[in-house]
Design a protein around this ligand. Structure first.
Ligand SMILES: [Zn+2]
Ligand SMILES: [Zn+2]
Length: 396
């Protein structure tokens, strides 16, 4: 499909916005229809996301309060508004660009039409900025890796051994930086750090016995993995379940148990290795979590998948950045960078890349990414991608 971008001008000569984005409709009626239908489209996508967020807040704060419910509702409306603006920005600007320039300008028409809408992220609450930037970064990593066609890249992509080794190195890097920073980033393990009012009796900084410390971690990761998988299945098959409720059973049976086993073992192995090393020399060394991160990374071979891989890359970059800000926070450049909303900038750049990929590399995107671009845009993204493919096929 990358050939489309190379022969763009020949392909799109004499083609109007209707042919590519709204066949059989006028621009005006198309945009009115989109404005209306994407409200429900976005709500449909963000309802399960917000229910999961509510459960996680209740789980971490160990209480249910009106405050938590209000916070989740507020974030839900922000996410719906954001998705609505991005989607309609694409539909409206795609037509507007065509009418201004009299033709569909290069592939920028496809990738830049969402730009004005993505800028809204700068006014979104921190949770929305963070979660959206992470999600779109994961989509980007997966799509970028899958769409490269260099022979080495193709080989590395297919090889379970290379995938596991790279994951082990990323995991070791997370362990190295996470032990050296005060900020705590979400990841499936967290190195224990000594605090001043620590009265633990073990040399490895936890209160209970090593055995219960390891089992507790595995239990939490198992629960988390099951909730995550269940939510993923529910989000993906919500429309089908509404039409046909017994489809719920089918969705549950397709839960990736190997993935849950990986999460559980990953955390368990990490805790086991750190405890083993600390008990062995009766003292924690600053390299224990690096070694533990490396060894526990082996469990990735149980369930190699792009979601975990790109999530690990995000966690690694964030931990490295936290380390740089904590160590060199006084430097002017670091201060200036910290003041910028880094997550919003990442979202703007990557979301526009996402729109570009949806059109040119739909085969390289994860099913989840295709789902959210299509549900949130009420199939506008799919229609445009299909029209583009038809144009390409007709020319060949
Ligand atoms: Zn139009
Ligand atoms: Zn221990």
């Amino acid at each position: 499909m990358s050939a489309i971008s190379k022969h763009w001008s020949e392909l799109t000569a004499g083609v109007d916005c209707a042919t590519l984005s709204h066949p059989g409709k006028t621009c005006h009626s198309h945009i009115l229809f989109q404005l209306r239908t994407t409200v429900w489209g976005n709500m449909q996508f963000f309802i399960p996301v917000s229910i999961l967020r509510l459960f996680l807040l209740i789980y971490t704060q160990k209480s249910v309060s009106w405050h938590i419910v209000r916070q989740t509702l507020f974030e839900f409306s922000c996410m719906v508004a954001n998705g609505w603006v991005v989607s309609n920005s694409w539909s409206a600007c795609f037509c507007a660009f065509y009418h201004w320039f009299g033709r569909i300008i290069n592939n920028y028409s496809v990738s830049m039409a969402a730009l004005p809408g993505t800028l809204v992220m700068f006014w979104m609450p921190q949770y929305v900025q963070m979660s959206h930037a992470r999600a779109v970064f994961n989509v980007f990593v997966e799509c970028w890796i899958k769409s490269r066609n260099h022979p080495w890249m193709e080989y590395a992509r297919e090889s379970k051994t290379i995938g596991t080794v790279v994951f082990m190195l990323i995991s070791a890097t997370i362990g190295y930086y996470a032990q050296r920073t005060k900020a705590v980033e979400f990841w499936f393990f967290a190195p224990l750090k000594k605090n001043s009012n620590d009265h633990s009796k073990t040399p490895c900084f936890h209160r209970n016995t090593c055995q219960s410390y390891i089992l507790d971690g595995m239990k939490t990761c198992f629960t988390f993995g099951m909730i995550l998988e269940l939510a993923r299945k529910l989000i993906a098959s919500a429309p089908r379940i509404r039409r046909h409720p017994p489809a719920l059973l089918g969705a549950i049976s397709r839960i990736r148990f190997k993935f849950v086993a990986f999460l559980t073992l990953y955390n368990g192995l990490f805790r086991f290795v750190t405890c083993f090393l600390a008990q062995h020399r009766r003292k924690v060394s600053s390299y224990d979590s690096t070694v533990a991160g490396l060894i526990s990374g082996l469990s990735y071979s149980l369930s190699p998948n792009f979601n975990v891989f790109s999530l690990a890359m995000t966690a690694m970059i964030q931990n490295i950045w936290n380390y740089i800000s904590e160590q060199y926070g006084g430097l002017d450049l670091v201060k200036r960078f910290n003041r910028l909303s880094f997550t919003s900038i990442a979202w703007v750049l990557l979301m526009n890349y996402n729109m570009y990929s949806r059109a040119y590399y739909p085969y390289a995107m994860s099913k989840y990414a295709l789902k959210f671009t299509d549900v949130c845009s009420n199939s506008q993204a799919r229609t445009a991608s299909e029209c583009l493919a038809k144009l390409f096929l007709a020319a060949n």
